[in-house]
Design a protein around this ligand. Structure first.
Ligand SMILES: [Zn+2]
Length: 519
């Protein structure tokens, strides 16, 4: 019995050690061939950090308690932590320490730290001062001297070999353009893919693609432009890839969308809004509010259940609101896109606002459902965003349909996703301010108006596209609902709404001035 157990034990022991011996990467360092243990998890090859130290005769210090290992090279020390994505590199010349984040954590197996090889290569290359290239399909790691020009040329030819020949690149081109408000990156895709996950750390924007590989030649086509310093491509396996974009300082936010028509992935990196505030402090004073009464003239807007015309309600509220500001805040200029029952094209409304140097644009409307008086009522504030819900699209379509009355309806034809993200790029700079105003308005509204709030929403409105300032569109209520219609068409209702918007402007002014003061 005992002998039998021992035999089984021996068999399994041999099998395990044999299997482990098989998991080796061939390492070619200059002209000598060596081996390195690795483990494959979810298609990613992890190598033993401990063995890297031995391979390059580095000093090593292993802290068992902290589960950290430090490798000591002539000019740099590099430290890895078990089950952790962060690593640090210490520069011995000035003792400075920089930390970096791998997109995934290291593994900890039998008291050894394994790091994802493809992600760690650049850091090993830096500290060991050699060029590393890894072909995950053949499990070959080639380490060459950095200084050899001839080798480097061969290496650049080798770059393509790094990927399996049957790996087809879905993302095959990159274009970077500098725009007034930031930098636009366009990635051409051969098919529809999911929007990448993104994160920023240490001024590097990481984009993770879960269903596409990237042509590594992209890197070579990128020259520093706008907020982009350089681009680096990493194909992890047949599906997952990563684009790393090194950024210059001075960016504020990043947004990504996929253009449904062209299938391009669009990434916008925005400039900081108040970068030159000291020079143009006066430019940012809260000194002008633009009030836009929706529709007018030949465009009545929606018609209420008992015949109320939206354009009249909008104008009534707009004029009352204007008068309140003029009376109580004489230092603020009030600009109306219309003061009478006249038709103003959408693009002109934005133009009026921009030429006046508006600091806040408020567009006033009334909502409606197709079926009249179905009980649906409520107030909504809209922000401009490319993300669109079904309901938001319906309302946006109606409000945007004003265009049919305009002399040149083609003016707006080209509002494709790309154009939209460009204009919304300008808006995302103001988005924080638009959101704050919407918040304040929504809170004030709930306490003072007889129409229930349906909250803050987002949609694409042409009238907001044109205005280069924080802006909102207010759907005050539903004219298709008898209760809302009665309130909206009454003098009392319009006055209460105007007062509510005015109060929100007062609170917003305070917030705005504090924000500007901070810069
Ligand atoms: Zn309207």
């Amino acid at each position: 019995m005992k002998k039998f157990f021992l035999f089984v034990f021996l068999i399994s022991f041999i099998q395990i050690s044999f299997a482990q011996r098989l998991l080796k990467i061939t390492v070619q360092i200059d002209s000598s061939k060596k081996e390195l243990s690795y483990i494959n998890r979810n298609g990613i090859d992890y190598i033993s950090v401990n063995e890297i130290a031995d391979l390059f005769s580095a000093g090593k210090y292993y802290n068992q308690e902290a589960e950290k290992i430090e490798l000591k090279f002539p000019k740099f020390n590099i430290k890895f932590t078990a089950k952790n994505p962060f690593l640090t590199i210490q520069n011995k010349s000035d003792n400075s320490v920089e930390s970096f984040q791998l997109p995934i954590s290291t593994l900890f197996i039998k008291n050894e730290i394994f790091t994802p090889l493809n992600y760690s290569i650049e850091y090993f290359s830096k500290v060991i001062e050699k060029k590393f290239e890894y072909d995950s399909s053949t499990k070959n790691l080639v380490v060459t001297s950095k200084s050899s020009v001839r080798n480097q040329r061969e290496d650049s030819v080798n770059v393509k070999k790094e990927f399996k020949p049957n790996l087809s690149f879905v993302i095959n081109d990159i274009k970077i353009e500098e725009k007034a408000n930031g930098t636009l990156i366009k990635l051409s895709c051969s098919k529809s893919i999911r929007k990448p996950r993104s994160s920023i750390s240490n001024e590097i924007l990481y984009l993770f693609f879960s269903d596409a590989n990237i042509d590594p030649d992209l890197e070579k086509r990128v020259e520093p432009i706008g907020l982009v310093k350089s681009v680096s491509v990493k194909n992890i396996n047949e599906k997952n890839s990563q684009l790393e974009i090194s950024l210059k300082t001075g960016y504020s936010t990043v947004e990504t969308i996929q253009d449904k028509e062209t299938k391009e992935i669009l990434i916008t990196i925005h400039n900081k809004l108040f970068s030159n505030i000291e020079e143009n402090k006066a430019k940012w004073n809260f000194d002008c509010v633009v009030i836009d009464a929706g529709h007018g003239g030949k465009d009545p807007g929606t018609i209420g259940v008992s015949g109320t015309r939206e354009k009249d309600v909008n104008l009534g509220i707009a004029l009352k609101l204007g008068r309140l500001i003029e009376k109580n805040l004489p230092q603020i200029k009030v600009v109306y896109t219309r003061k009478t029952d006249e038709f103003i094209e959408l693009y002109k409304r934005g133009k009026i606002a921009n030429e006046a140097g508006g600091k806040l644009f408020i567009s006033i409307h009334c909502n409606s459902t197709e079926k009249k008086d179905n009980g649906y009522r409520g107030f909504e504030v809209y922000l401009l965003r490319p993300g669109r819900t079904k309901e938001a699209i319906r309302i946006a379509e109606f409000e945007n349909s004003v265009i049919k009355y305009e002399d040149d309806p083609n003016r707006y034809e080209k509002l494709t996703d790309e154009n939209f993200i460009l204009v919304s790029m300008a808006h995302s700079q103001f988005m924080r301010f638009s959101e704050t105003f919407s918040d304040l308005l929504n809170q004030t509204w709930k306490n003072s108006v007889d129409i229930p709030s349906l909250g803050i929403k987002q949609a694409g409105f042409y009238v907001l596209v044109g205005a280069s300032m924080p802006s909102v569109l207010i759907e005050t209520g539903f004219l298709s609902n008898r209760k809302d219609e009665a309130y909206l068409s009454s003098n009392k209702g319009q006055s209460e709404i105007a007062e509510t918007i005015f109060e929100s402007i007062l609170k917003y002014k305070e917030f705005y001035e504090k924000e500007i003061g901070k810069q």
